[in-house]
Design a binder for this molecule. Structure first.
Ligand SMILES: [Zn+2]
Length: 315
């Protein structure tokens, strides 16, 4: 049995796990991310790997990080929520722990985990995953391999143009899908609805102490689960946008499975219902051609660790 370590480097937590060749997590370690400090973030990753590798026959390490990773899977070119700029992470960590290391984009890693062990494990060789968290990430598997592109930065699905001249995106453009189908978009839609029609958002505003600007994502989910009309509509809005992007991907790539993951998908059918309806409506030749099923991700928070470890094993 070969063991590998997967490390999921987020803006707030560094989570690591020892994973076997069936995708099982055998041991875990986690630390807070000192996100503003490049050197300290590196040290924390090394600390987590060292803790997990001690006394275990570990063969390689995979690191998943939110950011653009170069084509050789060694350098973080840019990470929006961490201080890394052209950070040669693989060389540092590999030298410190004495093991082969790969670095991969976090959404690619999560997609790989779902393809191997999660919602798309029954897919023969193709899937597309949208990760709906604070932003929108994406991962594509074709021919049984992650699609990484010529420069390592493929599958940035969150920055597909959805609304020309639309809402300002963190990437510098206007109208990316990230601004219409993310957790941030959910909150924006809910706040706008609560300001416009406070009486229909009574339950939601109750959770937010009466102040629309204090509404958070978990509040929208809780209120929607109780039937709050404005909160349900906020989910329906992001589902509508997400469904059209899923249809675009089905038409471009015709994958066997489409997976929706990320924190927002924990709301279940509140999001997936409107998403599936919009997806069906947006497909060309709808009802006449076979199309990919839309499935929720299954691995939750552990996808990052499992996917990174599995990619390291194949290195
Ligand atoms: Zn963008």
């Amino acid at each position: 049995m070969t063991l590998t370590i997967g490390v999921d480097v987020g803006g707030t937590k560094v989570a690591g796990g020892v994973v076997d060749d069936t995708g099982r997590v055998l041991a875990q370690a986690r630390r807070d991310t000192p996100a503003e400090d490049v050197g300290k973030t590196r040290d924390v990753i090394i600390e987590v790997v060292t803790e997990l590798a001690t006394g275990r026959p570990v063969g390689a390490v995979g690191i998943g990080a939110a950011g653009w990773i170069d084509a050789t899977r060694s350098t973080v070119l840019f990470a929006p929520n961490l201080a890394w700029r052209d950070e040669p992470l693989r060389a540092y960590v590999s030298a410190a722990v004495g093991l082969p290391v790969i670095v991969e984009n976090d959404a690619n890693v999560a997609a790989w985990a779902e393809f191997r062990y999660g919602a798309a494990r029954h897919a023969e060789d193709s899937m597309v995953m949208f990760t709906i968290g604070t932003g929108v990430g994406g991962g594509i598997v074709l021919g049984g391999e992650l699609v990484r592109g010529a420069h390592g930065i493929a599958a940035e699905l969150g920055h597909m143009l959805t609304v020309p001249d639309g809402h300002q995106c963190g990437c510098g453009r206007l109208g990316c899908i990230e601004q219409y189908a993310s957790g941030n978009a959910l909150v924006r839609f809910a706040r706008a609805g609560a300001r416009q029609e406070p009486q229909r958002a009574a339950a939601l505003l109750g959770l937010a102490g009466g102040d629309a600007e204090s509404i958070t994502g978990p509040m929208v989910t809780a209120a929607a689960q109780g039937g709050d009309p404005v909160s349900c509509e906020a989910f329906a809005q992001i589902g509508r946008w997400l469904g059209t992007s899923l249809a675009d991907m089905a038409q471009i790539l015709d994958p066997q499975v489409l997976v929706v993951g990320g924190g927002v998908v924990e709301a279940g059918d509140l999001l997936l219902g409107p998403t599936r309806r919009s997806y069906a409506d947006a497909l060309a030749q709808r009802g006449r051609l076979p199309v990919a099923e839309v499935r929720p991700a299954e691995l939750g928070n552990t996808a990052g660790v499992i996917g990174a470890a599995d990619l390291a094993r194949r290195f």
